[in-house]
Design a protein around this ligand. Structure first.
Ligand SMILES: Cc1cc2nc3c(=O)[nH]c(=O)nc-3n(C[C@H](O)[C@H](O)[C@H](O)COP(=O)(O)O)c2cc1C
Length: 277
């Protein structure tokens, strides 16, 4: 495939067959890899090569970090019993047990607190929402760098936000200290495509997310309608059940029960030593 047809194929996959987005502008291997991202929810029983874990962590540590506080940690889990416990917390997501390597990305305010203890100071800003926010941002940026790196190695991933169904259960199983919280998990492994060919899932048209100079919702109704059609044909073809984006939004944020316990996260965080003033 030449470069032009590679771009056209990548854009059609990313925005759906109906899309008229023009694949102009710079193009390179990194962008091609980013545009080909897809989550994978079935893995081969095959370990990742030696040194992969450490290289993924080096990629993660290469992400930008708020004031270079590096307020995150990661727990690499390969033990089947621990993965089973993570899967249980996440609503029995079988891919967590299946994947050879499971990461739990941790917003880590505790390490900063230990710096305070070492210098004999009680750090006043630690229990504030802003500190937790930058720790969570740092953890997510690290996780995404690891994701991009894994995909560049021919590995596949899926994030597991459902760990937040029970942040205290995660902390207990992983021995996380007060002042930390597992914000997201990440399955890593080789995709099992024997039953499902994991496809690139289309995204909203750029007109819905890109605002020039000022936020403007004028294009949103048409963009959402086009995306409903794109996701419906994608899901019908690739996921054996057909749904629109509007239906997904309704089921995810329409009712509190969809939070699956995460509606109690604030109280749980307080018990985890993250009072968030
Ligand atoms: C923070 C975060 C949490 C997620 N949690 C889960 C999860 O618990 N289980 C799951 O199967 N997918 C999860 N996903 C994957 C999303 O469903 C997926 O990224 C989205 O549907 C878009 O599909 P794609 O990644 O294939 O493009 C999560 C993604 C993110 C970014």
């Amino acid at each position: 495939m030449n470069e032009i047809s590679a771009r056209v194929a990548a854009f059609r996959a990313r925005y759906g067959a109906e899309s008229t987005a023009l694949p102009e502008g710079p193009w390179n291997a990194v962008i091609a890899s980013l545009l080909q991202h897809r989550s994978v929810r079935a893995f081969q029983p095959k370990a990742v090569p030696p040194g992969t874990l450490e290289m993924l962590v080096a990629a993660a540590q290469s992400a930008a970090s708020s004031s270079n506080m590096q307020a995150w940690s990661v727990v690499a889990v390969t033990d089947p019993a621990t993965k089973a416990e993570m899967a249980r917390i996440a609503g029995n997501q079988a891919h967590i047990v299946q994947c050879p390597l499971f990461f739990v990305w941790v917003a880590d305010v505790a390490r900063l607190g230990r710096v305070g203890e070492a210098v004999g100071q009680d750090f006043e800003a630690l229990p504030y929402l802003e500190t937790f926010l930058f720790a969570a941002f740092d953890a997510i940026l690290a996780a995404q760098n690891a994701t991009v790196a894994a995909e560049s190695m021919g590995l596949s991933t899926v994030y597991i936000g459902a760990l937040r169904n029970d942040v205290e259960g995660v902390a207990k199983a992983l021995g996380l200290p007060p002042g930390t919280m597992g914000v997201v998990g990440l399955c890593v492994g080789y995709a099992d495509e024997s039953e499902t060919k994991w496809q690139v899932k289309p995204r909203l048209p750029q007109s819905a997310v890109l605002h020039r100079e000022r936020y403007d919702t004028a294009a949103e109704p048409a963009a959402n309608a086009a995306y409903d059609r794109a996701l419906q044909s994608f899901s019908a073809a690739s996921e054996r059940n057909s749904y629109t984006w509007t239906e997904r939004v309704i089921s995810r944020v329409g009712k509190l029960r969809a939070l699956a316990g995460r509606d109690r996260i604030r109280a749980a965080m307080e018990r985890l030593g993250l009072p968030l003033r």
